[in-house]
Ligand binder design. Structure first.
Ligand SMILES: Nc1nc2c(c(=O)[nH]1)N[C@H]1C(S)=C(S)[C@@H](COP(=O)(O)O)O[C@H]1N2
Ligand SMILES: [Mo]
Length: 218
């Protein structure tokens, strides 16, 4: 196949959601080149769910939305438990963003329209102390990541429960994940269980292995 016809063929596969190619081909340089060319010809198109990459430290924890709640605690005046329905009743924001993994930002990336509640509105209910400097996300798979308080207070840092107008897919963090625009994917905690507000300079899983704590995309 010529490059152009192969590119069109792959576009068709990607948009029909029928992508079924072996893992070794998916990680091959040829496949990456084709994906790069698709993204550079359509850099802003939404990524079909079937071709949205997935990166995680273990298997997907299947967390039911019924009885789901997030524990908000730590160096705050009012620790509380936020249920799924309470979160959905709060004022939401919808925005388009590109989630990208630091390990291969061109290949491992997806354009997504997220819907969720600004984290700052949830923090306001908890009333962090003046000494609180960080927000730690603790997830159902044991993953942890952190963001500084100033980033947590930006209006587009979200607790997201929808992607492209549908409830979050299980593999992408259902019921609720973090969305941290302009920062690397490892800050986008999936399957959030607890939000821990701290005055110490703690770091998360990848951060403790040397990935930047202030994770602005290159
Ligand atoms: N709970 C949890 N959240 C996580 C991870 C994880 O292993 N566990 N991986 C992070 C990394 S490294 C990336 S790049 C993104 C990938 O999100 P996606 O699989 O929805 O594309 O999730 C982030 N959030
Ligand atoms: Mo990542």
């Amino acid at each position: 196949m010529s490059l152009t016809s192969r590119r069109n063929f792959l576009k068709l596969l990607l948009s029909s959601g029928a992508l079924a190619i072996s893992g070794s081909y998916v990680s091959s340089p040829q496949f990456k080149r084709v994906i790069h060319s698709i993204y550079s010809s359509q850099p802003n198109a939404l990524t079909p769910e079937a071709s949205w990459y997935r990166v995680q430290i273990g298997p997907t924890p299947h967390v039911a939305t019924s009885n789901y709640s997030i524990e908000v605690f730590g160096d705050v005046k009012n620790p509380f438990s936020l249920s799924y329905s309470e979160l959905l009743s709060m004022k939401s924001v919808t925005l388009k963003d590109t989630i990208q993994c630091v390990s291969d930002p061109n290949f491992l990336r997806a354009n997504v329209v997220w819907t969720g509640v600004p984290l700052k509105d949830v923090l306001a209910l908890a009333e962090p102390s003046n000494e609180a400097i960080k927000v730690m996300f603790m997830s159902h798979d044991g993953y942890m990541t952190d963001i500084p308080m100033w980033k947590a207070l930006e209006p587009d840092t979200l607790l997201a429960y929808m992607a492209d107008g549908n409830p979050l897919p299980a593999d992408h963090g259902s019921p609720v994940r973090a969305v941290v625009p302009r920062w690397w994917g490892y800050k986008y905690a999936k399957w959030i269980k607890r939000i821990w507000i701290v005055k110490e300079d703690y770091v998360g899983y990848w951060e403790s292995m040397g990935y930047p704590d202030i994770a602005r995309k290159g």
